[in-house]
Design a protein around this ligand. Structure first.
Ligand SMILES: Cc1ncc(C[n+]2csc(CCOP(=O)(O)OP(=O)(O)O)c2C)c(N)n1
Ligand SMILES: CC(=O)[C@@H](O)[C@H](O)COP(=O)(O)O
Ligand SMILES: [Mg+2]
Length: 620
């Protein structure tokens, strides 16, 4: 195996070029076999095997810096930098991350996970390099999907005046997670298919070069001037017009070609885009046929690509998807907005049935939110479905464009709480804090699948900014009989005793049921309230509970700071209520990757740990 010879950075340079196709094939086989056991981002990684090999061959790591946008496609980079063994524990607790991590390797230059950051970070490196008089290369690798994110354009705009080398590799596979969307995607498509142009450009350059004495000089002049020869043939060359040299398109599965263009790019004094065409899922039939399904996959059977285990129970996303379909039928004003996540958020069904009322805006959470504000003013009821950690991007848009104008926008916030194997970058730890501090915003969290449905109906009938946050994965189907009508700012008594009150938000109601059983076994009297609203909190229930409970334990899957528990504690202290408050929430640190159950134990949010802390408090 040639792959066995790759044990540390730059080992690839010892492999003869003729053996590269074999090495590429071994890397693919390795990825398919490993990910069939662990799961992970297969399709994107299969697509960049040759591109990564080419980059590693023309760059010198760790001196040179490669920045992977989103970072979900960095697996070959990990293999080529001596981390092949890490794949056994890929995305597992304390195992190798699925994203670049500076703490994992000197060859990882920037931690990513969220999209469209690579050009900004790369440009920062370049400025640092130049000011310090250093001499390394910087390459940002950005996908066509990530290039739909506004931040990438802010950075390109900034990079256009650069006078020193900065390589931006545009990995264009025509796909985001789903099909890529928007004008830029179309524009790239035009370039991709402009073979006539490519051929013409080559032949003009060749002919000029052949002209003795004047030819090469003209070619050089054309290359030097901003008005490149390309513009004669392709009107409005977007990147070149901005002042960024464009090279390509090049077949990213042809290593020699890719290396040749990258070597050309190294000579450019300024920012240069290398447009590389690749195929998502390359080399594994099921992934080529279904790149979206294999974007991020659970373990699967290699022979047919079918997942080896699938949960039988509906997820919260499934419930959201079903309710949205019903809204589609029943309320023509309801429209759906996603930022490039129709699959992940469950909006695909709505898209298929009501395409005119479905908007995929690309990886553009900020735009999605302000766009929704416009939709609301245009007389529609936008439901904006965004993962908790990605909505962080649009904090100001939620404040300035939605809440300040008190607009009726429904935020369906999926992946709230700990998400598992994606780790720090994707945990939904902050939304209760960052949303509940905004005036006019209402924030809800359902205890189970029926309540998610009820809350969505409530939110669509409401008037004003309103958010519902729910976790990744299986929806809780306990407590079915508790289905009191939803009323603004009102919680729900599930068990009413006295002594200890468990006051739980959303996903923590299920945990609270278990905690209560444990405490009951120890002889305690324990009440349980499902908070339902994190903003406004139910002050009435808190005041009432203070009369016959000595301890209120708040439970939430959100950081303590600014979260549900602190709002409850504030209510108790401002009203001088005679009751102690214990807050159980996520810690003030970034929570790493791993199985969610294990992570709950690690942060002390599992039933046993919470029960133990209550017993200790009661013993005082
Ligand atoms: C801010 C943000 N929004 C959404 C996502 C989810 N996401 C991860 S990868 C991806 C698609 C990226 O497409 P592209 O850059 O073309 O890479 P490819 O998967 O095609 O290799 C999306 C939408 C994210 N990581 N960050
Ligand atoms: C890389 C990325 O951001 C997405 O692919 C993410 O991993 C999807 O997460 P879910 O599996 O929770 O949809
Ligand atoms: Mg892509």
């Amino acid at each position: 195996m040639i792959l066995d010879k790759i044990n540390q950075p730059n080992d690839i340079k010892k492999i003869p070029l003729e053996e590269f196709p074999q090495l590429a094939s071994e890397i693919r086989q390795f990825l398919i076999e490993s990910l069939s056991k662990t799961g992970g981002h297969l399709a994107s990684n299969l697509g960049v095997v040759e591109l990564t090999m080419a980059l590693h061959n023309v760059m010198d790591l760790p001196t040179d810096k490669i920045i992977w946008d989103v970072g979900h496609q960095s697996y070959t980079h990990k293999i080529l930098t001596g981390r092949k063994d890490g794949f056994e524990n890929l995305r597992k607790y304390q195992g190798m991350s699925g994203f670049p991590k500076r703490c994992e390797s000197q060859c990882d230059s920037f931690d990513t996970g969220h999209s469209s950051t690579s050009v900004s970070a790369g440009l920062g490196y370049v400025a640092g390099r130049d000011l310090k008089g250093e001499n390394y290369r910087v390459v940002s690798v950005i996908g066509d999907g990530a290039l739909t994110g506004g931040m990438a354009y802010e950075a390109l705009n900034n990079a256009s005046e650069l006078k020193t080398n900065f390589i931006i590799v545009l990995n264009d596979n025509k796909m985001s997670i789903s099909e890529n969307v928007g004008g830029i995607s179309q524009y790239l498509g035009n370039i991709r298919t402009a073979e006539a142009y490519t051929g013409l450009k080559m032949s003009v350059t060749k002919s000029l070069n052949k002209m003795p004495s004047v030819g090469p000089a003209i070619v050089k002049k054309i290359h030097k001037t901003k008005s490149s020869i390309k513009q004669l043939f392709i009107p409005g060359m977007f990147f070149e017009d901005m002042g960024i040299t464009y090279l390509g398109p090049v077949n990213g599965h042809d290593i020699r070609q890719t290396m040749r263009v990258l070597n050309e790019a190294k000579k450019v004094e300024g920012a240069v885009i290398v447009h590389v065409l690749t195929e998502k899922g390359k080399g594994y039939e099921p992934a080529m046929r279904h790149p979206a399904r294999f974007h991020g996959t659970t373990p699967f059977d290699i022979t047919n690509g079918i997942p080896t285990s699938s949960g039988n129970k509906a997820s919260y996303t499934d419930i959201f998807s079903t309710v949205m379909r019903k809204f589609g039928d029943r309320n023509p004003d309801v429209v759906a907005v996603t930022a490039a996540m129709p699959d992940g958020t469950g909006l695909k069904r709505f898209r298929n049935m009501f395409p005119d009322r479905f908007f995929d805006v690309g990886i553009a959470e900020q735009h999605a939110v302000t766009f929704a504000a416009g939709l609301a003013l245009g007389g529609l009821i936008p439901v904006v479905a965004i993962y908790s950690s990605f909505l962080q991007r649009a904090f100001d848009q939620v404040i300035h464009d939605v809440c300040m104008q008190n607009l009726h926008v429904v935020f369906a916030i999926d992946r709230a709480g700990l998400v598992g194997s994606d780790g720090e970058t994707h945990q939904g730890c902050f939304d209760l804090s960052y949303l509940s501090l905004i005036p006019n915003m209402t924030v809800m969290a359902p205890k189970n699948k029926w309540e998610l449905s009820d809350m969505l109906k409530y939110a669509v009938a409401y008037d004003g900014p309103i958010a519902i946050r729910y976790p990744r994965g299986e929806a809780y189907d306990g407590l079915e009989e508790y289905r009191e009508e939803i009323r603004c700012g009102k919680g729900e008594w599930i068990y009413r005793e006295s002594g200890i009150l468990l006051l739980a938000a959303g996903s923590m109601v299920k945990t609270a049921v278990k905690i209560r059983e444990m405490l009951k076994e120890k002889g305690y009297r324990v009440s349980l309230v499902n908070a339902r609203f994190v903003k406004p909190i139910d002050t009435e229930i808190i005041c009432e509970a203070a009369k016959d409970h000595g301890l209120i334990v708040t439970l939430e899957e959100n950081v303590k700071s600014g979260g549900f528990g602190e709002h409850v504690a504030d209510c108790v202290s401002t009203r001088k209520l005679p009751v102690k408050v214990m807050i159980r929430a996520l810690p003030d640190r970034f929570v790493e990757q791993g199985n969610v159950g294990m992570l709950h134990q690690e942060v002390g949010l599992d039933p046993e740990a919470v029960c133990q802390s209550i017993l200790e408090e009661e013993a005082i």
